[in-house]
Design a protein around this ligand. Sequence first.
Ligand code: SF4
Length: 170
Amino acid sequence: MEYIQEYSELKFQGIKINYLYVCKRKLWLFSKNITFENWSDRVLLGKILHEYSYPKEETKEVLIDNLIRIDILSDGAVREVKHSSKMKEADIMQVMYYLYYLKQKGIQKQGIINYPKERRKEVLDLTPEYEEKVKQALKEIEEITKKPVPPPATKQRICKSCAYFEFCWG
Ligand code: SF4
C-alpha cells in the first residue's frame, strides 16, 4: 500500500514537471486537482497505444493512470510512452525527474521514452545538467502552485488539444 502511495506521489510530481514545460496555468490547475483529463480522447489514445504497442514485452507496471504510465522494464529502465514528440522537452524532464528521484534512493537507472506512433524511442541518462534543471523545476513548481490564483491563460498551439481548453477559452 505504501509502495503504491509512493508511486502515486511520484507520478503526480512527474506530471507536474511535464506541465511546467507545457503550460504553467495547466500545472496550477492540475496541482489543485482540477482535472478533465479523464475524458479527453488523447488519454484514451495513449492507453490504446500502450496496450497494443507492447503486448508481449515483459514489464512490471508500477503505476497505472489515465494519463501517464511508468513502467519498469525487465532491464530496469524507466519507461514513458507518449503519443507524440511535440512536447519533447517536457517529456524528457518528466523522465529525468523519475531518474533523479530514484537516484536519491541510491538507484541508478536509464530512462526510455517510446513514441510508438513515430516508431522511435529516446534513451536518457541523468546528467548533472539535467539534475540541476530538475532541482530548479521543483522549486519553480512550488512557487507557482503556492499562488492563490492560476497564471493567466495564454493562447498557444497546444491549447486546442488541452483538456482545459473549455475551461480557459470556453
Ligand atoms: S488551454 Fe492553453 S492556456 Fe489553458 S491550460 Fe491548456 S495549454 Fe494552458
